[in-house]
Write a protein that binds this ligand. Structure first.
Ligand SMILES: Cc1cc2nc3c(=O)[nH]c(=O)nc-3n(C[C@H](O)[C@H](O)[C@H](O)COP(=O)(O)O)c2cc1C
Length: 184
């Protein structure tokens, strides 16, 4: 797949089955994540990979957090099942550095582009991926279970695996978001 095709067709895939990305694919995803714009080379992001039994354990973390935070029954009841929807889940989080030239919002932007680079590499390699968040991304209990410092932000969970059916490619959005500068 060439770069233009990747950029114009990448689509998320929620229906994911085994196998998840192998070590070689994970290495390529890491290299892609390290290619993103990064002011002052701070690498302000971290990825935690969960596979196999990790996902069951992580589901229990969600379940416990749901009870502690008194989430509605319909959320709490399915909490344990959320991470096991894919063979691999990557938690994407910031790793902020205090820097006089690079405020945290810039570092957050960099982290988001790194997450997207992983999604793009997954798609280019024929894997399926979807970026999800939900209430658990913002919970301190979840950060603690992953050894993510409270001051950092969890940007989401990248669900990765083999597409259960060929990834449906969404049609292009027919909208104008570019406009020429005109003095106000
Ligand atoms: C920060 C962020 C959080 C997201 N959270 C969710 C989510 O919790 N659940 C969900 O179904 N999609 C979520 N999405 C959207 C999907 O990842 C995906 O982009 C969307 O389904 C559209 O599909 P596409 O990527 O093929 O255009 C999120 C996207 C971003 C950027």
């Amino acid at each position: 797949m060439d770069a233009v095709e990747l950029l114009l067709t990448r689509s998320s895939m929620p229906r994911l089955i085994a196998p998840g990305p192998d070590d070689e694919a994970l290495k390529l995803m890491q290299r892609a994540a390290l290619r993103v714009p990064d002011h002052m080379d701070l690498t302000p992001y971290q990825f935690i990979i969960l596979q196999g039994d990790d996902l069951v354990e992580f589901g229990q973390v969600f379940e416990k957090a749901a009870v502690e935070e008194r989430l509605p029954d319909n959320v709490a009841n399915r909490a344990a099942q959320l991470p096991v929807r894919a063979p691999t889940v990557m938690v994407v989080a910031t790793r902020y550095t205090d820097h006089e030239k690079v405020p945290r919002w810039e570092q957050l932007c960099s982290a988001a582009t790194a997450a997207f680079a992983v999604e793009q590499m997954a798609f280019a390699l024929g894997y399926g991926a979807i970026w999800r968040t939900g209430p658990f991304a913002e919970m301190l209990q979840v950060k603690k279970a992953l050894n993510i410092e409270a001051e950092n932000d969890v940007l989401g969970f990248l669900y990765l695996g083999t597409p259960a059916v060929p990834t449906p490619i969404k049609p292009e959005k027919d909208r104008e978001i570019f406009r020429r500068y005109k003095k106000a």
